[in-house]
Design a protein around this ligand. Structure first.
Ligand code: URP
Ligand code: ZN
Ligand code: ZN
Length: 495
């Protein structure tokens, strides 16, 4: 192939960003977008996007890959398989989780995890989970971590080995404020869930549906309210992860209206699935067990409304894959559950022993596009905002999430008219099911370009493991505190 003016030109498509939609060509050199315009010179490689959309590559700012348990167990979704699925589904970057095991320092937790991540085919960054904010973690380890570009912390208000007390949560918030990091929060009330679980088990109610009964919306609403109140006390910006219901979203909307810096994320499962998916023959309801839980039919439409009004401004996958046959039916010691389970006569685990999580890194964009754009709930620009531009802005992923000269050439050529039925057999993840099996979707990615390299085409993944890059995140002003603290006293300077 003779050398062109550009390394790659994407031609003939309709370019869509968070704010604009226009006919244009994109010229790429050295992995970056060099030009956006008309009549660009030839590319050494050319991608024909005629009749297609050209979007920024998706950014999935919440997914779980190859997480290591304290018992030596490892999640079956590896960085190689999960990132292949990401690219095939139009996602070029993701943020996953560095764990902390309770009773251990960050350095002791999950040794070699960052080495494992180097096998990724997509670009990646980390959130650091904090389960044990000891003085060493707070004073030494978190500052060192932020200095090397891990600029977000994740805390859980539920799950037995992971959750923080309110006092511990305040310490993490104050630390993040001092260092200029974002805090992301899993909001559910641990004690309330434990109390309901005991009652359900005592009543002999052990099916997957009872997972949802053990943690109804009020449990999520209470913890969302509390997380926001404590963040407001510290004046520390936060993101509420995986909002599943309108009650929790309304807490975010109210706080934003009074000027609190709080953002809300939701996921395709909360926009499309319901209790019905937990009530399936042959224990298949276990496939839909995730936390927060799926809600009653009709709730998803209310969550869509909070996307439309801007309260929920990022849609991630929360990909957390546990295969049905090997893990959902035969749980090991996953952290993502709330133990004390009883035996069932059919040998299946009681609802509270089923590991929590659904796979969705590859289906996130097609499901959201189909249910959102194709069905008229959101615009094309909203789609880009929710899946690429806002994650880049909120998490400080410089050079990602937009189509402008100088940005990384992360692009997805999208066929808005392609009609497909979601089939697990055609997906690239390592999990033996998808909760969207058989869903008819309109809109599918055809070519994924990551930093100028064609990494997936028509379902074939071309990128090699190890071709993804770690994305260090420097300081950025978007998540600066408001400067408003009660009584003008900034306790985080002393606490
Ligand atoms: O059920 C879920 N969401 N599993 C993943 C872990 C988490 O809480 O994000
Ligand atoms: Zn969570
Ligand atoms: Zn998660």
């Amino acid at each position: 192939m003779s050398k062109g003016e550009f390394d790659l030109v994407v031609r003939g498509g309709t370019v869509v960003t968070a704010s604009d939609t226009f006919e244009g060509e994109i010229g790429v050199r050295d992995g970056r977008i060099e030009a956006v315009g008309r009549n660009l010179g030839r590319g050494t490689e050319e991608v024909d996007a005629t009749g297609r959309l050209v979007l920024p590559g998706g950014i999935d700012s919440h997914c779980h890959l190859e997480e290591l348990g304290e018992d030596g167990g490892v999640q079956e979704e590896s960085f190689a398989s999960g990132s292949a699925a990401a690219l095939a589904g139009g996602t070029t970057s993701f943020i996953c989780f560095l764990p902390q095991w309770k009773g251990h320092t960050l350095a002791q937790s999950a040794p070699g995890y960052e080495e494992r991540a180097r096998r990724s085919r997509a670009d990646y960054s980390f959130h650091q989970i904090i389960t044990d904010p000891t003085p060493e973690v707070i004073e030494k380890e978190i500052p060192a971590l932020v200095a090397r570009g891990v600029r977000s912390l994740k805390v859980f208000l539920t799950y037995d080995p992971l959750r923080l007390t309110d006092g511990e949560f305040l310490k993490v918030l104050a630390t993040a404020r001092r260092l200029g990091a974002l805090v992301t929060v899993h909001c559910e009330n641990f004690e309330a869930i434990g109390w309901r679980i005991q009652a359900l088990l005592a009543a002999g109610l052990t099916d997957p549906l009872q997972h949802a009964w053990s943690r109804p919306p009020v449990v999520e609403r209470e913890a969302t309210h509390r997380a926001i109140a404590l963040a407001e006390l510290v004046d520390q910006p936060i993101q509420i992860f995986h909002v599943s219901c309108a009650e929790a979203a309304a807490e975010i909307a109210r706080a934003r209206a009074r000027g609190v810096k709080v953002w809300g994320e939701t996921c395709p499962q909360y926009l499309t699935l319901s209790h019905d998916d937990l009530v399936q023959p042959d224990f298949e309801g276990a496939k839909a067990v995730c936390s927060p839980a799926l809600r009653e039919k009709g709730e998803a439409e209310r969550v869509w409304r909070h996307i439309q009004d801007g309260t929920l401004d990022i849609v991630t996958s929360d990909h957390c894959g546990f295969s049905f046959h090997s893990a959902k039916k035969n749980p090991g010691s996953s952290s993502y559950g709330q133990g004390g389970a009883v035996a069932r006569p059919d040998g299946m685990p009681a609802f509270n022993a089923i590991p929590n999580g659904v796979p969705g890194i590859e289906t996130r964009l097609p499901v959201l596009f189909s249910e959102g754009v194709s069905k008229g709930r959101i615009s094309l620009n909203d789609f880009v905002r929710l899946t690429a531009a806002n994650p880049a802005r909120l998490f400080g992923l410089a050079g990602k999430g937009s189509i402008v000269p100088g940005a990384d050439a992360d692009l997805v050529v999208w066929d808005p008219d392609a009609e497909r039925s979601v089939q697990n057999a055609a997906l690239h993840h390592a999990i033996d099911y998808t909760p969207w099996e058989g869903l008819k979707v309109k809109g599918w990615p055809t070519v994924t370009v990551r930093r100028g390299e064609v990494t997936a085409r028509d379902g074939e993944v071309l990128a090699q493991p190890g071709s993804g890059r770690f994305l260090p995140r420097g300081p950025y002003s978007f998540i600066a505190p408001t400067g408003r603290v009660p009584d003008g006293f900034d306790a985080s300077r002393y606490a």
